[in-house]
Write a protein that binds this ligand. Structure first.
Ligand code: F6P
Length: 740
């Protein structure tokens, strides 16, 4: 195609140049022709002209001149004396060439001989030929013959049309021949390739070539899917990607937290949406892909809203996929979720100065629950090679357990929290089993390359395996596990925003509810009440801000929305009281009348309330001490369709790698954080817009559909490779049997 366009462009340039040259050449020929005709006409009448001139016979001169102009292309003729007098002229002689002009030019140029010129008159182009006349001994004057040149113009136009038509035909023929040629050679090439692949599939000497070709085709297909598959990533595009690459096979997700929790309340059963980054990201993906989400049924009304197998169709009113609830006893929940997951792995993986606790009985529950979930997954699949998405640190052992029952499954495991360095990870007494469990996956994904590197380092340090550094994969017993960074994101646009008023209304509502002036400055923080989120450091930064900027006292309020979380764990309960104590101290210090700098809202907030706060904020401060990604930062960006508001973001979040236009701070450095908050509150609207626009462009492009799409496309590629390798192995085994 590119070659055809290039050739057509060359032909067009050539036609354009040829047209110019040809027009000039044909005009020169015609002018020369006309010149000769004029000279011929005057020479033919020379004798008669001289005779009438000498006899001063004007009527005779006119009749000779009329005779000359009988040539239809000669417009007029005149006889001029050297002093500029017109002796005679024909009736149609153009007034633009009076004899005085001819004489003046003769004098100016001291021209003794004849000369000619061309001119464009309003009637059209003309050629003027001036011939000197003498009686043999003395000059008599000049004869002027004016030729109509418009015929030359007409001929030049006709020539140009013919020329362009010729180039057009040439170009068309060339394009046709090239396209046909390319098509025929592509067809014969692919036919030949297919023949080779089919005919020599089993010949060992062709196998490396075949593998390369297949890999190449798959890679190109996958890349086309990701980069050029049709603009923005939407649920529809994700669905199509799934259909194209994985033949629409249904997806089974296993995650501890369920997306819809049924709870008993005084007003009856309600549906709650948990405060969870994992749910925020995966729920839209499930709505797009359908399938089954296997999760812990933790709501007080979960059992009565599910069927006998624990299944319930969701989202309520839309019912596009199924949640399969797994019931856990109090001991199981306590050992697996509170114990090993959140008192062991959570502090192990986060650098937030909380000591991990590894109890043998918690570990036993963790193993048993992983087995229960793996069994539930196997009950939900509808093929022997399903696609299973294992989510988070609650299920490190599940990939291996599933693989034991479904060796051909494609298992994508995503670790939503950081993975620590090998030395730190090494303090876990069950480190080998955890890594082995994860290596049951086809792909293990993390938010950042750093976490991938840490994981590979742990594998290298604690496990017998080969690390394929070129492909970032771990090879064990002939099977590979790819280790890849997939920075998670949010849906775009966020469907909850349909239920939230526009920014000005959110600003006005929240300020009114808090008893603040309509123009009060507002900072917002939104988190689960977790010690990794740096909530105390956030409040201390607000305190430092008010110390350094007294003008903000009475004007700036920081609202902290904290969802209670893991409250059975002592460190979480302690955190809640520490945060409350800190807020009370700061409020006591700066309170003015009814104004208090910090407003704590320690309760669960449904997503529309969270988004209303994010829209109402002048500044959102995400101060995590360590965070895999932190989707609140991306939600803030997604909520701000007014392109205003400033994000102050901890350097220790995965999100800080993506949202580089935020004000990035070290949350431990209170001076730096306070200075960033002050800068945010002072930031001109234009700068806010510029930063917010850039971040919105990034989040909209790299949204959660793209995140899921990338993983699924990578899985599809791996799956094809494994199927092919499986076929190859069985063929080789067959050949060996035949040979023996
Ligand atoms: O954001 C990290 C994360 O562990 C998610 O993976 C999880 O869903 C979320 O925190 C909430 O935790 P929990 O489900 O224990 O309330």
């Amino acid at each position: 195609m590119r070659m055809v366009l290039l050739t057509l462009a060359t032909l067009a340039a050539f036609a354009w140049a040829a047209d110019g040259v040809l027009t000039r050449m044909t005009r020169a020929w015609f002018v020369r022709d006309v010149e000769l005709r004029s000279e011929l006409a005057v020479n033919g009448a020379r004798q008669a002209l001289v005779a009438h001139w000498q006899a001063k016979d004007t009527a005779g001169l006119v009749s000779v001149l009329e005779e000359i102009t009988r040539d239809e292309r000669i417009q007029g003729a005149a006889a001029c004396a050297d002093d500029g007098t017109t002796l005679a002229s024909t009736s149609a002689y153009p007034s633009e060439f009076p004899c005085r002009l001819i004489a003046a030019r003769l004098r100016a140029e001291r021209a003794g001989a004849s000369w000619s010129t061309t001119a464009d008159l309003s009637s059209g182009p003309v050629h003027v030929n001036v011939t000197r006349l003498s009686d043999g001994s003395r000059a008599l004057g000049t004869v002027v013959v004016v030729h109509d040149l418009s015929f030359a113009q007409r001929r030049a136009d006709k020539t140009r049309t013919l020329l362009l038509a010729a180039f057009g035909i040439l170009g068309g023929t060339f394009t046709l021949v090239t396209v046909l040629g390319a098509r025929i050679s592509w067809l014969s090439w692919t036919r030949e390739l297919r023949r080779i692949l089919r005919g020599h599939e089993h010949k060992p000497e062709y196998q490396p070539l075949m593998r390369d070709v297949r890999d190449l085709v798959q890679r190109l297909t996958a890349e086309t899917d990701l980069e050029h598959g049709g603009g923005a990533w939407t649920p529809q595009r994700l669905k199509e990607t799934l259909a194209r690459n994985l033949h629409g096979e249904r997806v089974v997700i296993v995650a501890n937290r369920e997306p819809y929790i049924h709870e008993h309340t005084d007003g009856g059963i309600i549906v709650r949406h948990p405060a969870s980054g994992l749910v925020t990201a995966l729920e839209p993906v499930m709505r797009a892909c359908s399938g089954v989400w296997v999760a812990h049924g933790s709501g007080s009304a979960d059992r009565e809203t599910a069927d006998a197998q624990g299944r319930v169709k969701v989202p309520p009113g839309e019912e596009s996929y199924v949640v399969r609830r797994v019931w856990l006893s109090a001991e199981e929940g306590s050992g697996y979720y509170y114990g090993f997951s959140n008192e062991g792995l959570w502090p192990l993986c986060h650098l937030a100065h909380s000591r991990p606790l590894f109890r043998r009985e918690d570990w036993d529950h963790y193993r048993a629950v992983n087995q229960r979930f793996a069994d539930a997954v196997c009950e939900e699949v509808d093929a022997d090679d399903p696609i299973i998405l294992v989510q988070d640190y609650h299920f490190a052992l599940a990939p291996k357990l599933i693989r034991e029952r479904l060796p051909r499954a494609t298992i994508l495991t995503f670790w939503h929290i950081p993975w620590p360095g090998a030395e730190r990870f090494g303090i876990c007494p069950f480190r080998e089993e955890i890594v082995e469990g994860l290596l049951g996956s086809s792909i293990v994904g993390f938010h950042t390359q750093q976490h991938c590197n840490n994981f590979l380092e742990a594998v290298d340090t604690y496990i017998e395996s080969r690390i394929d550094r070129e492909n970032n994969a771990v090879v064990q017993g002939g099977r590979s596990t790819l280790v890849r960074p997939y920075p998670i994101s949010v849906e775009w646009p966020i469907h909850w925003l349909r239920e939230v008023p526009p920014v000005p209304a959110c600003r006005a509502q929240l300020r009114k509810e808090l008893g603040l002036a309509p123009d009060a400055l507002l900072g917002v923080g939104v988190d689960r009440l977790d010690y990794t989120k740096g909530i105390e450091e956030r409040l201390l930064a607000v305190e430092r801000l008010l110390e350094q900027e007294p003008a903000l006292r009475g004007k700036f309020t920081f609202v902290q929305l904290s969802a209670p979380s893991r409250t059975r764990i002592r460190s979480y309960r302690d955190l809640a009281s520490q945060v409350e104590a800190e807020a009370a101290r700061i409020n006591d210090r700066f309170a003015q009348g009814t104004w208090q700098p910090i407003r704590l809202m320690h309760t669960h907030h449904e997503p529309p309330e969270v988004f209303r706060a994010l829209r109402a904020a002048d500044v959102c401060y995400v101060s995590s001490l360590h965070d895999g990604m932190n989707l609140v930062a991306k939600e803030f960006v997604a909520a701000r369709d007014d392109e205003q508001g400033v994000l102050v973001l901890s350097h220790f979040t995965g999100a800080s790698r993506d949202l580089t236009e935020a004000l990035i701070v070290n949350p431990y450095d209170l001076d730096e954080a306070a200075a960033a908050l002050a800068a945010a509150l002072r930031m001109p609207k234009d700068e806010q817009r510029e930063r917010m626009r850039a971040m919105r462009a990034l989040v909209s492009e790299f949204n959660v559909y793209r995140w899921a799409g990338r993983m699924l496309v990578d899985a599809a590629r791996l799956r094809r490779k494994e199927r092919f390798n499986g076929r190859l192995r069985s063929t080789q085994a067959g050949e060996r049997t035949r040979a023996s």
